[in-house]
Design a protein around this ligand. Structure first.
Ligand code: ZN
Ligand code: ZN
Length: 308
């Protein structure tokens, strides 16, 4: 099965607001027995997972996440193209994980004037990792000593804002459970919520960089379930009421017009509808963690060692 990440594609959401996407072909349905996705995909259609990064280009520019290392050169070329030769002013890392931060140093070296904005907790301010966290160091040409980097590094946290001129972003502690040290982002002018690992799902290979309402088929609970079952395994043991309250808090606090996730498609129409799908998926997922459903898994995990 092919496992090569595609070159990045892109789409302009608003003037100077770009969605970039790289996809990982996961095979066809017949190769994906473990996914029961027959409700939204035909047997011969190829399924994609994806990573997204977002570029906001106002008077100043900001890139949110980096796509992955196999696309390092392509990401730098794409940035040069989209910025039309202008400098990148800010690179923001949502959290120090390879498929979000993998091109950090490649991009910083291409743009020595860019300021790196990283979640302060992840950088050791609070309960996080040290500034030398190895996941920031995964580019092949990572400098030996980060302090020799020309770029300024700034730590960001909940409530911090950056006015780009035309676009203004704000960072937020995730309201619904997300991976450690993750910061979500909003953009005020377009009322966009960047949900990072929350609200992801797979898509058909003919639907790359498509808005959710443009997809060949409607997103199903099954799709949302499968993604979150893999990305957030702990949802099996979550308190469904707390999750529902979290989603209600997202709607009340942000009420976004656009939802831009890291591993799904951008929603520009009625994002609340897809948050409802997540709530439904989380309820199903929590059933997997119930005692009778865990029994056989526990018996397998705790089975006595067999002689070789
Ligand atoms: Zn992720
Ligand atoms: Zn795709």
């Amino acid at each position: 099965m092919a496992q090569t990440v595609s070159n990045p594609k892109y789409r302009e959401i608003k003037d100077g607001f770009y969605w970039t996407q790289e996809c990982l072909p996961l095979g066809t349905l017949s190769e994906l027995d473990r996914f029961d996705m027959s409700k939204w995909i035909d047997a011969d259609e190829e399924v994609h997972g994806c990573q997204n990064a977002y570029l906001l280009d106002g008077e100043q520019s900001l890139l949110f996440d980096t796509l992955t290392q196999p696309n390092g050169d392509q990401v730098v070329d794409l940035l040069e193209n989209l910025l039309d030769g202008d400098d990148l002013d800010y690179l923001v890392i949502s959290h120090p994980e390879a498929n979000h931060a993998g091109n950090t140093f490649t991009i910083l070296e291409a743009y020595p004037e860019a300021t790196l904005l990283v979640p302060g907790e992840a950088a050791g301010h609070g309960t996080g990792h040290g500034t030398e966290h190895e996941l920031y160091h995964i580019a092949t040409d990572t400098p030996e000593d980060v302090s020799e980097l020309a770029n300024e590094i700034r730590y960001i946290g909940d409530g911090d804002t950056v006015d780009l001129g035309g676009y203004t972003v704000e960072f937020h502690r995730p309201v619904v459970a997300d991976h450690s040290f993750t910061l979500w982002m909003t953009e005020h002018t377009t009322n966009t919520l960047f949900t990072v690992d929350w609200m992801g799902f797979l898509h058909q290979s003919s639907n790359c960089v498509s808005y959710v309402h443009e997809l060949d088929r409607e997103v199903t609970v099954e799709q949302v379930f499968r993604f979150h079952a893999l990305a957030f395994p702990w949802l099996r043991f979550s308190d469904v009421e707390a999750i529902e309250k979290g989603v209600a808090d997202v709607r009340e606090r942000f009420d976004p017009d656009i939802v831009a996730p890291a591993h799904g498609m951008v929603t520009t129409e009625n994002p609340g509808q897809y948050m409802d799908l997540f709530t439904e998926a989380a309820a199903y997922l929590s059933e997997e963690g119930e005692h009778e459903n865990m029994q056989s898994k526990l018996e397998y995990i705790l089975r006595p060692p067999t002689e070789v």
